[in-house]
Design a protein around this ligand. Structure first.
Ligand code: JD8
Length: 388
């Protein structure tokens, strides 16, 4: 990837050479070019700004230097010009992942009151042009944003980060949760000990603990990052609590009575479970419920398998009298969105004879996997998680 920066403060971008490992530049993975915009001025004062048409405070950056710079840098259609600006699209991990697919980014860093609009309009005629904001606060120029965007993008380039696995776990990847708490030696410091589970060697328990910690942190600090918590009609999708066990048992019996009648004698755990059984699994699964008029009418559960990367989905349940309204699909989407960042695939079981359910899951992107073990009378469907 080639990175160009147009700025009137080239020294501001000197940290680029410190923060991006030199070996990435030496290996050719990265090409960095910082340009002083004044190189493309033509007057003796090297003027880059002028008073705003229409009046108002401050100065506006003139279009000519940018135009001359774009020509000199030979910017072409396959390039991407990034204008950092408070009025741009909000920069986040998804934008970083998108920009990381480009072969060349040219950062146009404004100052003063901003860049003459005709520069942006011109840029759109010769390349992809993106106006990107670092966040909802006002800086004095675009260089800080260019540095932040650069770091977030470059670290995603294949081969840049030594341990690619750490990229997968990161919280803001694919709409994930906040980071879980991390610990290192010594085992006790300031009379504070590292959680026992992290020293247990039980990778499944560790993954579940980390997921729960991340969920708790996210719910406390950034509930907006949690999976969409409502149906299209505004009905909330809520986390089940232990007190929901009775209604969940009733719902699952209602949902499976049809299957039990259709398949006499078939083993249907969901139909046979007691209230204590439901209470038990409620403590092990992330379970989500939907209520209508105070009645529990839909539920779904998910949990991370011991491998730490497979999100196990189960008990997609919709009360028989409200089926056919898209509630099952919404619950299935919700439980996928709620999967932890570490999850790379989803898996679920359904009745071997449940053609309708299998059609629904296949339509949702799941694929039948007859090569994988399944409980008696059931089949496995799997879906790879897309990080789009
Ligand atoms: C580029 C000039 C200053 C902005 C008058 C203050 C990004 N998230 C962000 N906040 N601020 C910027 C940003 C600010 C800039 C320029 C980016 C060029 N300014 C101007 C308008 C109001 N002054 C940014 N990315």
């Amino acid at each position: 990837m080639r990175l160009d920066y147009l700025t009137i403060f080239p020294d501001y971008l000197a940290p680029l050479r410190l923060s991006l490992p030199g070996k990435a530049v030496e290996s050719g993975l990265l090409e960095l070019h910082v340009h002083d915009l004044r190189s493309w001025t033509t007057d003796k004062h090297r003027t880059v700004d002028d008073t705003p048409y229409g009046g108002g405070a401050g100065m506006v950056m003139k279009p000519e230097p940018f135009g001359a710079a774009f020509d000199a840098l030979e910017i072409e259609p396959g390039d991407t010009i990034v204008f950092t600006t408070p009025s741009g699209e909000r920069f986040d991990q998804r934008v970083a992942e998108d920009l990381a697919t480009r072969s060349r980014l040219v950062f146009a860093c404004g100052r003063y009151e901003g860049i003459d609009q005709r520069v942006i309009d011109h840029a759109r005629t010769r390349a992809e042009a993106r106006e990107i904001s670092l966040g909802d606060y006002v800086l004095n120029g675009g260089e800080v944003a260019a540095l932040a965007i650069t770091e977030a993008v470059v670290r995603l380039l294949p081969g840049f980060m030594g341990n690619a696995a750490s990229l997968v776990e990161e919280s803001h990847a694919a709409g994930g949760l906040l980071e879980y708490p991390v610990f290192t030696k010594p085992p006790t410091w300031d009379d504070r000990s590292v959680p026992d589970v992290l020293r247990s060697g039980d990778h499944g328990a560790i993954a579940r603990w980390r997921h729960e910690q991340a969920r708790r942190r996210t719910a406390e600090r950034r509930p907006d990052l949690l999976a969409p918590s409502a149906l299209a009609d505004g009905t909330p999708i809520e986390r089940a609590v232990p007190g929901d066990a009775g209604e969940l048992m009733t719902l699952q019996r209602a949902c499976w009575v049809q299957e039990a009648v259709a398949n006499p004698g078939a083993p249907i755990p969901a139909f046979a479970e007691s209230l204590d059984d439901v209470r038990a699994w409620l403590g092990e699964w992330d379970t989500y419920v939907v209520r209508r008029a105070g009645r529990l009418v839909g539920a779904v559960r998910g949990r991370l398998e011991p491998d730490g990367t497979t999100w196990d989905i189960g008990r997609v349940m919709v009360a028989p009298d409200v089926q056919g309204q898209g509630l099952g699909r919404a619950l299935l989407e919700h439980v996928q969105a709620a999967a932890p960042a570490a999850a790379t695939s989803y898996t679920l079981f359904t009745g071997a004879g449940s053609d309708r359910n299998q059609r629904i899951y296949k339509k949702a992107g799941f694929r039948l996997r007859t090569d994988l073990p399944a409980p008696p009378g059931a089949v496995v469907l799997v879906k790879q998680r897309s990080h789009a």
